[in-house]
Ligand binder design. Structure first.
Ligand code: ARG
Length: 494
């Protein structure tokens, strides 16, 4: 019979052997970057390369995503897809927020200074997209026109080169390609320079638009971008080459790029609105996508209020306690955070933190941190006022009874102060809840951002935005009601 100890030892050896074998079957993964999931970042405004499937899974889908999934699987990695505006993609690589970028991105000499590229996996052409019948066929026709391009894209650069030769072109830079389409449809611009495959999808969904291929100034092929000297470049290239050989790449481009395919998101080809009409049925299938933003918004608000309250209390105590240095510091802090725009603070925290500290902060963390720091400043003043409004007799009584000062603060003064300032705290919470929409600017898909994505997919803005407004309103009403009940309870317990 095997002795118990030996039995345990045998199991241990067996497990070790298995883990070594498993480990060896995924040598690439282990030796490459020492983690088992890869983060890809993209700009999901570019159907059919990448866009939100708002009417279906709610996830980012497209040609690039399929390729990325294939490569990740081949190399034994999990894939995590994040998003940002196009001009934030390379910065995300440089600050290690992501391992690679796939966004229909073309290698250019300027980009190659900051990142490394894979081999080209798809070759595209530039086109002029314009209203049907506007007859903008070649670059010369753009003279005297306002032309839209995506900020930071190669099309922006190409248009600038065109403008050196063709007179009087007005350039308009937009953050997302869908915005360019929207501007075109509302006639704020005359044309947009967009890649053929993408233009084709947009023109299919918008029969009032047409596109014409032009000679590109610079190569518009797509490649995968990595941080400089990334160990991922070689294995990715290997898989890409094999995809070219085994027909996988052809298969995927047929799936996403062929003209009369139905794989393009059904939400992209929706019935056209005529004139000024409001029809919520058009966003019916996308409502779950917008609703998915609610938990995030609520979570964000609750955490920020809670942490802000703690931080605000600390600050207010620093202001009240006798020490002039801490008082001065706390006052200075408050004045800085109240004296600068919240949106600016948010951008600073999000973009500067990785650069300054090397610590990679997520968009959500950056949001919570900024809102805590900011609301702490506001709350500290409210709490200070609340504390100072508590009847002096209370502290005098406590002191004469020999209660230590911090206990008196904790058990006598603060609870009364909090009760008095409850309405002000509710106001602050409502403010935070609504201001949470600001985190949409750094790529958190909360309520407002979801509504914007739906709008961009369907070229309708009124309905999704109105619906988002309704959600915020209902949330604020719910909050007000809760606060009312809480206040009544507190008053009764007096
Ligand atoms: N190919 C162009 C470039 O590299 C445009 C890519 C835009 N991609 C996007 N996901 N919006 O500049």
């Amino acid at each position: 019979m095997i002795k118990p100890k030996k039995w345990i030892f045998n199991v241990f050896v067996a497990m070790l052997t298995i883990s070594i074998i498993v480990g060896q079957s995924q040598p690439i993964r282990a030796s490459l970057i020492g983690k088992d999931s890869l983060t890809m970042i993209t700009s999901p405004d570019y159907p059919p390369y990448e866009y939100y499937d708002t009417a279906g899974s709610g996830k980012i889908i497209g040609f690039d995503i399929d390729i990325a999934n294939y490569i990740a699987k081949e190399l034994g990695f999990q894939l995590d897809v994040k998003e940002s505006d196009f001009n934030g993609l390379i910065p995300a690589l440089v600050t290690s927020r992501a391992d690679f970028v796939m966004a229909g991105m073309s290698p250019t000499p300027e980009r190659e200074k900051s990142v490394d590229f894979s081999i080209i996996y798809y070759q595209a052409l530039d086109t002029i997209v314009a209203s049907k019948g506007s007859n903008l066929l070649k670059t010369q026709d753009l003279s005297g026109k306002t032309v839209g391009v995506q900020l930071g894209s190669i099309q922006e650069k190409n248009l600038k080169k065109i403008a050196e030769k063709v007179q009087n072109i007005q350039l308009k830079q937009l953050n997302r390609v869908s915005e360019a389409i929207q501007e075109l449809k509302s006639k704020r611009i005359d044309a947009a320079i967009i890649e053929n495959t993408v233009a084709q999808g947009f023109a299919q969904a918008n029969p009032d638009l047409e596109f014409n291929v032009i000679a590109s100034e610079e190569n518009t092929g797509s490649a995968i971008a990595f941080a400089n000297n990334s160990p991922l470049v070689a294995p990715f290239n290997k898989v890409l080459s094999s995809m070219k050989e085994n027909g996988k790449l052809k298969e995927l481009s047929a799936k996403w790029f062929s003209t009369n395919t139905n794989t393009l998101n059904s939400s992209l080809s929706q019935p056209q609105a005529s004139g000024l009409n409001l029809d919520f049925r058009r966003i019916l299938s996308d409502i779950p996508f917008i609703l998915r933003g609610i938990p995030l918004t609520l979570l964000f608000t609750v955490i920020s209020v809670f942490l802000g309250l703690i931080w605000g209390t600390v600050l207010s105590l620093l202001k009240i306690a006798g020490n002039t240095l801490t008082k001065k510091l706390a006052d200075a802090y408050t004045s800085v955070f109240r004296g600068t725009p919240l949106l600016l603070q948010l951008a600073l925290v999000y973009y500067a933190t990785p650069q300054l500290t090397g610590f990679n902060i997520s968009a959500l963390q950056a949001g919570v941190l900024t809102f805590t720091l900011n609301s702490g400043a506001y709350m500290s003043e409210t709490i200070r006022g609340g504390i100072q409004a508590v009847d002096k007799g209370q502290s005098e009584a406590a002191i004469s009874m020999g209660v230590p000062e911090w206990l008196m603060m904790r058990d006598v003064i603060l609870p009364q102060a909090l009760k008095n300032i409850l309405p002000a705290l509710v106001n602050e919470t409502i403010g935070l809840l609504k201001d949470s929409a600001l985190v949409s600017t750094i790529g958190v898909v909360e309520i407002l951002r979801s509504a914007q994505i739906v709008g961009a997919n369907k070229y309708i803005y009124f309905e999704p935005l109105l619906f988002a407004g309704l959600i915020y309103y209902i949330l604020v009403m719910g909050l007000t009601r809760c606060a009312f009940i809480l206040e009544r309870r507190l008053r009764r317990s007096e």
